[in-house]
Each structure stands twice: as C-alpha cells, then as structure tokens.
Ligand binder design. Structure first.
Ligand SMILES: [Zn+2]
Length: 220
C-alpha cells in the first residue's frame, strides 16, 4: 500500500461502503470526502453557489462541471487532501472520473484504486428497506437480519420503531436503480485502467475490510 492512498469507493446503498470508507480513513490517517453528505450540508446551510441552487430549485441536474468545481474547491485542493483520501459518492459519472484523472495527473499523482464493495441487489435492498430505528435512543434494527425481540418495538425502551422516509421500498428501489447504473459505468472505466478492486460485501465489516486491505496491498 502506498503512503498516501487515493481511493474511490463504489457500491450500491446498503453495501456498507460508508463503513469501509471510515475504516480506511482511520487506518491510513487520511480524510474521507462523502460528496452526497457534503452537498446536503451545503444545501441545508444555504452555502451552495447561487447559480447551482437556482438550478436545483428549478428541478434541474447539477452539471458534471459544477460538481467538479465544488469538489476541487472544497476538498481536492485543500491541504487535508494532500495526505491521500477516500472519495465516496464522487465521481458519479465517467466524465467526472476522467476529470479527476486529469486533475491528479497534472500534479503527477494518480488513483491507488477504485474499490467496489459487491453485494447482491436483493441483499442490499433488504439491508435498507428492512431498517427500523428507535426514535428515542437511535437503536437500529433490521426486520430481516436483526429483528427486535418484540415486533416493531425497541428492545431497550419499548418505543415504536420507525422507518425513515428514504428507506421505504419505492424510494430504495429508485436509489438502487440510479446507483446501479452509475456504478456499472464506473466499474467499466476503472476496470479498463486496471484500477478496480472488487471485494465481497456479504461479510462482516471487519472481514470486508481485511479482504480490501489484502487486495490493496496486492495492487500497490
Ligand atoms: Zn429505544
């Protein structure tokens, strides 16, 4: 493994790639940048550039160029990112991936790997759509994999468990389809570059991480 790894995470919602990103960051002492979270925060805090929020408010999609500019300005060009990084949720298109390659090449840098946490769609679907949360203490359950002792009730406090709006079936199906299309294109792109590392997401987070680490060592 190189000293300053630059890693991209790929995987459908429910694949656990966020957890893996956090583990990589902690192990190698590098920052993670989750573009989805970052954009949500910017939007909530009203800090998106005016022309971009106008686009979003008009129901339009933010262009690749807009996304590239924001990611460079807010993260890639910062001192923090010079130590290496884990990117989660960026790039989302092949055009963004090509931009990132150019950006790094200009600094005589390159990506270490694109890690794809692979998980069958039906499992990913159950991991998310089965999720139930206690509104009192934040305990998380899953009706398929980790059900509470009493149906619909928190083991700790007995409160009625809730399902997040985002985790409802239709919403999950839409997110899955979107991510599958995105991921497929990027898998092809990084596969052609010999940068793709595929790990089996059907394991405990620690086992996924161990497999990823071995694969990254081989890659380096
Ligand atoms: Zn509870």
């Amino acid at each position: 493994m190189t000293q300053h790894p630059r890693i991209i995470l790929l995987g459908v919602p429910g694949s656990g790639k966020g957890t893996q990103g956090a583990l990589i960051a902690k192990t190698f002492g590098i920052p993670t940048f989750s573009s989805g979270e970052y954009f949500r925060n910017l939007r909530r805090e009203g800090r998106l550039p005016a022309e971009i929020s106008a686009k979003i408010n008009a129901g339009g999609l933010v262009s690749d160029e807009d996304v590239n500019v924001i990611v460079v300005e807010s993260f890639l060009s910062t001192q923090e990112a010079q130590a290496g990084f884990v990117l989660d949720g960026y790039p989302r298109t092949v055009a963004q991936a090509a931009f990132l390659d150019d950006y790094l090449t200009k600094q005589s840098l390159g990506l270490t790997a694109a890690v794809y946490v692979e998980l069958p769609m039906d499992t990913a679907f159950r991991r998310i759509s089965g999720r139930r949360i206690c509104p009192n203490d934040g305990s998380v359950y899953n009706v398929y994999f980790q059900p509470p002792q009493r149906e619909g009730r928190c083991d700790l406090c007995g409160a009625t468990l809730i399902q997040r709006e985002d985790d409802r079936d239709e919403s999950v199906r839409t997110r899955m389809a979107t991510y599958e299309a995105i991921t497929k294109a990027l898998i092809g792109y990084y596969g052609d570059q010999g940068k793709l590392v595929i790990v089996n997401g059907m394991q405990t987070p620690d086992a996924v991480f161990a497999e990823m680490r071995r694969a990254l060592d081989d890659q380096a």
